[in-house]
Design a protein around this ligand. Structure first.
Ligand code: PHE
Length: 453
């Protein structure tokens, strides 16, 4: 009975691509990619990054969508369908667990973005000195209530969307959020590029500097790690979304489109941020400091900065939201498919637990829980660290070892060609990567990131 249930998938191909691209496009594209590009040699880094995306990102994303579509279930149960009685499903379970933990801190950041939309709209930064602007951010994130309220709002919105299901919730929301996000990006990049001295930002970003790249010991690994995180791999998301893909869909093409969108947004984000930062003579940085401290200073000095600042933080909030939707869906799909729960209930229970995690992560940024440390990190940083450097990599490693070495190659080929109905020229290349190159790369990344090697 249970397996006969109607399982809804994406209605349209474009809806599916927007939902998956929405997952991939997140704060990582905006606050991390542009900075690491500049730092590690501009266009030189970009070339390496693109190679990593082709060599590792695309094969891995295809591996995940193959597992999902063939299994037709959540990220854990899909493995059980493909390899009954075996333990490979643990890859999915680890990924889902990682998604759950990530939701805990990612929502906090999403909440900050929303707060900054409010700050920009209400012109909080007007007349403030740079150190006051810095103070606004540090006081806000370390306070007990306000950031939690914003995180809870974001979680509730995510729950609302996910509770409406794949088509009426996720697909519909993605079809609105992503196009708006793209329009804002284009508007902001035109504005930024038109500022005086914008070329200095472009120079920082895209001037090829192979010396810097090769002189840095970790540039290549940073590119690899970022490709991983940016494409939302290793956490069951693409397996879950893959399970909603139509059997007639061309998986290879879809994966390539999703990847191109993610990369384009990252490149555009660079065009928004650095020309403006350099034009006003500020120092580039990355992460929270860049978007919540440096950029408000930029917007303050920019004519019309009030409007552009509001748009920028709206962009950041939307980027985060489409990612939290995919993370929550991964957890909810597990509760539905593996645990037989009904969607609304699954959303409610997981949402409530995530709220608790978010409260803990947020409090760990202030005095209340800031003194509590795991391996020298507060909980917020700890969650980020263990998911990105341990869970995601282990989940992805198990996945590719399974597909490359233990699953029948003919079944894989069957899935990427829709039972020989379509051609997928790169299939041998991709399979080779999944079998040899991706697992070795993940192992290297794991050893180096965790300081073992
Ligand atoms: N891909 C997202 C980004 O670049 C991050 C993310 C990670 C989203 C994990 C969902 C899950 O910001």
């Amino acid at each position: 009975m249970e397996d006969k249930k109607e399982r809804q998938g994406f209605k349209s191909s474009i809806g599916m691509i927007l939902a998956a691209a929405g997952s991939a496009i997140g704060v990582g594209n905006i606050w991390r990619f542009p900075y690491v590009t500049g730092k590690y040699g501009g266009a030189a880094f970009l070339i390496v990054y693109l190679l990593m995306v082709i060599a590792i990102g695309i094969p891995l994303m295809l591996a995940e969508t193959v597992i999902g579509r063939r299994g037709g279930e959540d990220a854990s149960k899909s493995f059980k369908k493909l390899a009954p009685g075996k333990k490979w499903y643990l890859s999915g379970t680890i990924g889902i667990f990682a998604a759950f933990i990530i939701l805990g801190y990612y929502n906090v950041v999403a909440g900050w973005s929303l707060k900054y939309v409010v700050n920009s709209v209400t012109n909080v930064f007007a007349g403030k000195t740079p150190s006051e602007i810095e103070g606004i951010f540090s006081t806000f994130v370390s306070s007990d209530f306000s950031p939690i309220i914003y995180a809870l709002i974001l979680i509730s919105v995510t729950m609302y969307i996910v509770s409406h299901g794949v088509q009426k919730g996720i697909e519909k929301a993605s079809k609105i959020l992503l196009p708006v996000l793209l329009i804002i990006l284009v508007v902001l990049s035109i504005k930024s590029l038109s500022l005086e001295g914008a070329y200095k930002g472009l120079e920082f970003l895209y001037k090829p500097d192979f010396e810097t790249l090769f002189a840095s010991k970790d540039g290549i690994l940073v590119a690899m790690g970022h490709a991983f995180y940016s494409l939302s791999l290793g956490m069951g998301i693409m397996i879950t979304y893959g399970s909603y893909m139509d059997k007639g869909e061309n998986l290879g093409k879809s994966v390539i489109k999703i990847t191109i969108m993610d990369t384009l947004v990252a490149l555009l984000a660079g065009l928004v941020i650095f020309p403006a930062v350099f034009s006003f003579g500020l120092e580039p940085g990355q992460g929270a400091g860049l978007v919540f401290i440096t950029l408000p200073n930029v917007f303050l000095q920019m004519p019309g900065g009030f409007l552009f600042g509001s748009l920028f933080f709206l962009l950041l909030t939307f980027a985060a939201l489409t990612s939290t939707i995919s993370l929550l869906e991964t957890v909810v799909a597990y509760l539905i498919d593996s645990k037989g729960m009904e969607r609304r209930k699954a959303t409610l229970y997981s949402g409530l637990l995530i709220m608790i995690l978010a409260i803990i992560s947020s409090l760990s940024m202030g005095e209340t829980l800031g003194g509590f440390k795991l391996f020298g990190k507060n909980l917020f940083d700890f969650f980020d660290y263990v998911t990105a450097n341990i869970f995601l990599l282990i989940a992805a490693l198990i996945e590719v070892i399974f597909l490359g070495w233990f699953y029948k190659k003919s079944e894989f080929m069957d899935e990427v060609t829709n039972g020989s109905k379509i051609k997928f020229e790169a299939k041998e290349f991709v399979f080779f990567m999944i079998k040899y190159v991706v697992p070795i790369s993940i192992i290297v990344l794991f050893l180096v990131n965790n300081g073992i090697f």
